[in-house]
Design a protein around this ligand. Structure first.
Ligand code: GDP
Length: 300
């Protein structure tokens, strides 16, 4: 029996699953809605937009223009922030996804880092400004609470660009490393790549987001879930914008000549674990942003 069978991942078919957020947050913020900003970084073509659309069951980029190769050479990284309001069972989430198209295409990676770092700093700056202003009660929190860093499944670990970039932002934002397009890896390759990435992260002193241990008074199920989530980092995920019929049920997946890879099947990839991590740790990600990264920003 697979170890996943005993896990209590919510049946997320058709919903994201943040409706339990009120348990985590103060009532006031529930009324006003929950604000969260997620940044996605990684070379273009790694499946970032597809994964984001799969995660939030919405098309965040309906009018995105995909540049050709010739244009890419000219490009510097751009920042694209899209905000959607999602409501589930009366709970509102105002989600902003900050995408960084052009990352890795720019010839000068330093320029590319600068734009992204500038964006993160600008949000801190704005928050600081609003916090000291008169209208403190209605501050919109646009600080970047989490950064999914997409790693290519085709390399043998982290590329020098990955190392350099993660080090440039690790004291500013919570980094969650993600292996893209995990369907291109066999189980053995996936495990080897995960180990290699973790070793390199440690070797280079890169600080990634640390999932907090479950409190001792939490129930066993939650503790087990936390253990499994921790053991899955870096999450090896797949995304798809397509619904495929499998045994009479429409599921999100990728159809290959030999079968279907199911996005929301924990035996096929870590997509559900990534989503569970995000949804159950939104508040912690915000607190770490406030207590650690925002404080770091203050200190300089
Ligand atoms: P982005 O540039 O990183 O936002 O990448 P896109 O989401 O636009 O995806 C680029 C290409 O990769 C598209 O052809 C997608 O269909 C494909 N793709 C996206 N996710 C996956 C995945 O999980 N596995 C595989 N094999 N292909 C994917």
């Amino acid at each position: 029996m697979s170890i996943f069978c005993s896990l209590q991942f919510p049946d997320t078919a058709g919903y994201v699953g943040f409706a339990n957020l009120p348990n985590q947050v103060h009532r006031k913020s529930v009324k006003k809605g929950f604000e969260f900003t997620l940044m996605v970084v990684g070379e273009s073509g790694l499946g970032k937009s597809t994964l984001i659309n799969s995660l939030f069951l919405t098309d965040l980029y309906p009018e995105r223009y995909i540049p050709g190769a010739a244009e890419k050479i000219e490009r510097t990284v751009q920042i694209e922030a899209s905000t959607v309001e999602i409501e589930e069972r009366g709970v509102k989430l105002r989600l902003t996804v900050v995408d960084t198209p052009g990352y890795g295409d720019a010839i000068n990676s330093q320029d590319c880092f600068k734009t992204i770092i500038q964006y993160i700093d600008n949000q801190f700056e704005r928050y600081l400004h609003d916090e000291s202003g008169l209208n403190r009660r209605h501050i919109v929190d646009n600080r970047v609470h989490c950064c999914f860093y997409f790693i290519s499944p085709f390399g043998h670990g982290l590329k020098p660009l990955d190392v350099e970039f993660m080090k440039a932002i690790h004291s500013k934002v919570n980094i969650v490393p993600v292996i893209a397009k995990a369907d291109t890896l066999t189980l053995k390759e996936r495990d080897r790549l995960k180990r290699r990435i973790l070793d390199e992260i440690a070797e280079h002193g890169i600080k990634i987001y640390q999932l907090p241990d479950a409190d001792s008074d939490e129930d066993e199920e939650f503790k087990e879930q936390t253990r499994v989530l921790k053991a899955s980092i870096p999450f090896a995920v797949i995304g798809s914008n397509q619904l495929i019929e499998v045994k009479g049920k429409k599921i999100r997946g990728r159809l290959y000549p030999w079968g279907v890879v199911e996005v929301e099947n924990p035996e096929h990839n870590d997509f559900l674990k990534l989503r569970t991590m995000l949804v159950t740790h939104m508040q912690d990600l915000q607190e770490v942003t406030q207590d650690l990264h925002y404080e770091n920003f203050h200190a300089v």
